[in-house]
Design a binder for this molecule. Sequence first.
Ligand SMILES: Nc1ncnc2c1ncn2[C@@H]1O[C@H](COP(=O)(O)OP(=O)(O)OP(=O)(O)O)[C@@H](O)[C@H]1O
Length: 247
Amino acid sequence: MVDPILTLRSVVAGYGAGDILKGVDLDVRPATVTCLIGPNGAGKSTVLRCVSGLLRPSRGSVVFRDEMIDRLSPRQRLDRGIVHVPQERSLFPAMTVWDNLLMGGYTIRDRKRLRERVEHVAEAFPVCVRRARDDAGSLSGGEQKQVELARTLVLDPSLVLLDEPSIGLDPRSRQQVFGSIRGLADRGVAVLLVEQNARSGLAASDVGAVLETGVVRLVDSGASLLANPEVARLYLGGLTRTTTGET
Ligand SMILES: Nc1ncnc2c1ncn2[C@@H]1O[C@H](COP(=O)(O)OP(=O)(O)OP(=O)(O)O)[C@@H](O)[C@H]1O
């Protein structure tokens, strides 16, 4: 099996009033989608924050490409290829789609290289070309999510952290978003995904991990977790259908 690009070991973290993560162990491998599921408030978003540097664990280690990154700033982690897409919409609504893509490469000083990166990325996301000159705020929620995903690629990341990318989207847009997420992995990017819509998230993932009361209780292939009666009872509305239907 390919070595993990990201390893969390015994990670403990919280926001002051007690620990939320109580010893999280997790591996994420290159060119795969790993989906973190679990009940509300389990700490799924907190795991992503510990990886991108928005939150520092009080104990444990976060290793990215054989380097301990625990003490690095979010910017230093970005420079190493870790991009975090938060749950909230993050495009600048009054700027054009194209300018939003350019903003995604804000650390690239060479204008020509930046333009080439944006053109390259836009090839894989038709909406970025079709709506290039429109204000991002005029796009549908699903289209905006596609632009957000495209924007993450401008910096050519090796790890993308996605927090609830399907939230608030209609079923068709949701399918498109999960298709694009698979596309990231096909390009060699490792994706760590947090998804409330556990059934769709696991169906689009190579690996699933169940986070409960601050620790990872179970790790298996996405397909195996979908077929696991206990997981189905707790997180998939009781059914072990292996479709991408709704929870
Ligand atoms: N900035 C913060 N300050 C204080 N507490 C916070 C903060 N962010 C999150 N929490 C608390 O930490 C716990 C875990 O939150 P987190 O968002 O990581 O959970 P989650 O599993 O992603 O939940 P959900 O599925 O509901 O999004 C929750 O009890 C939440 O209220």
